[in-house]
Ligand binder design. Structure first.
Ligand code: FE2
Length: 373
């Protein structure tokens, strides 16, 4: 009964937020937590959404950190302004949601200053998330993926939080797919949310003492065959998405610029771009590199790689070899897809200073898969 009531409540909330219906798959209820599955199993149902006009969303990652040289409050303020002004529909949370303080010297799982969250009852849910993001940001879904800092203590708690506490931190599993219909022509955008941690960290050589290695083992994502089975799942979702006007993949770790190249530092990440290219992915969104940057689609690949990892954690170097980078600045990415579904417009917004309004640093356009020349 509790699950049924929760499902009804969630669906009612989503109806309010998105101005139209969320339709469950016939014969199933995708807001009921699957039984006997692991968080590493892709969520078995495609989540459907419908919006009456074009799509507006924000994308950012790497945000919940306090201490020297961090910038969460100023990015939160800038995003609030954008979210209210453009009435954004949702947000892509690109992971590394919760960190220890910058320069922290206590253990990763210290009860007061820890990586990630310790449980669904961790006070950081309130202090780093609910209290920081106001206005429209407090009402919309945050479609999330997990980053390495989320894995360092208890990544399962972030999935549990979605199921047991607040659906707005949207993370039903580490892998899930949304099929989004929008505008008067029912344009379709497919979002494939993936966990890139098993692709980025080599279980055999990883030697940090946090919980990442232990969790990879627990979830059986230490085995290359299992990692490749997730790649097969991604490929299967891309095949199913071929009718879509837009296909987006959302993950934590970078693939812009030189990060697409095969390197021991990036383990199996190099397996992803050829698959994205083969199936005409429109764009990949990531964080982890603490910067704003992107690699544009080109004559050899239709994929644009958007990095938005400057959400508040201490800034750092990116991949290099990109089309554009803002260098060291805090900020976020705003995306609008037109009502007719043909055009995507993006803005990288600078939130580096608290005493001036946020400022657009870079903007650009993409064409939908059906209207590319
Ligand atoms: Fe990261």
């Amino acid at each position: 009964m509790r699950i049924v009531l929760f499902a009804i409540l969630v669906q009612a909330c989503l109806l309010v937020v998105c101005d139209t219906d969320y339709t469950s798959i016939k014969g199933s209820n995708y807001f009921e937590r699957p039984k006997d599955t692991s968080i590493a199993d892709p969520y078995p149902f495609i989540i459907k959404e419908k919006y009456s006009k074009g799509l507006n969303f924000l994308a950012f990652g790497d945000w919940g950190q306090r201490g020297n040289a961090t910038g969460q409050p100023q990015v939160a303020q800038g995003m609030k302004i954008w979210a209210d002004k453009y009435k954004v529909d949702f947000l892509l949370n690109l992971g590394d949601s919760f960190y220890q303080d910058s320069g922290s010297t206590v253990p990763f799982n210290d009860t007061k200053d820890h990586e990630g969250v310790l449980s669904i009852n961790d006070p950081k849910w309130k202090t780093y998330w609910l209290d920081e993001y106001g206005g429209n940001l407090r009402k919309i879904p945050w479609y999330s993926v997990a980053g390495n800092h989320d894995w360092y203590t208890n990544v399962t708690a972030e999935v549990d939080y979605f199921w047991d506490v607040d659906w707005r931190f949207f993370l039903p599993s580490l892998y899930y797919v949304r099929r989004v219909y929008f505008g008067p022509k029912n344009t379709c955008a497919v979002f494939i949310h993936i966990d890139t941690d098993p692709y980025y960290y080599n279980y055999t050589s990883y030697n940090s003492t946090n919980n990442l290695k232990k969790t990879l083992l627990q979830l059986k994502l230490n085995e290359v065959s299992e990692i490749k089975s997730r790649l097969k799942w991604i490929e299967d979702q891309l095949i199913k998405a071929q009718d879509a006007d837009w296909i987006f993949v959302v993950g934590h770790h970078p693939l812009e610029g030189f990060c697409q190249l095969q390197s021991p530092n990036y383990y199996l990440m190099y397996l992803l771009p050829p698959v994205f290219k083969k199936y005409g992915v429109s764009a990949y969104f990531n964080g982890h590199s603490h910067e704003l940057s992107y690699s544009a689609a080109n004559s050899t690949s239709p994929v644009t790689y958007f990095c938005s990892g400057a959400g508040g954690a201490t800034l750092g170097e990116g991949c290099g070899g990109v089309t554009w980078t803002a260098g060291t600045t805090f900020g976020f990415l705003y995306v609008n897809i037109s009502d007719d579904g043909k055009d995507l417009y993006f803005e990288y917004v600078n939130c580096n200073q608290t005493n001036t309004p946020p400022k657009v640093l870079k903007s650009g356009n993409l064409k939908s898969r059906k209207y590319k020349s």
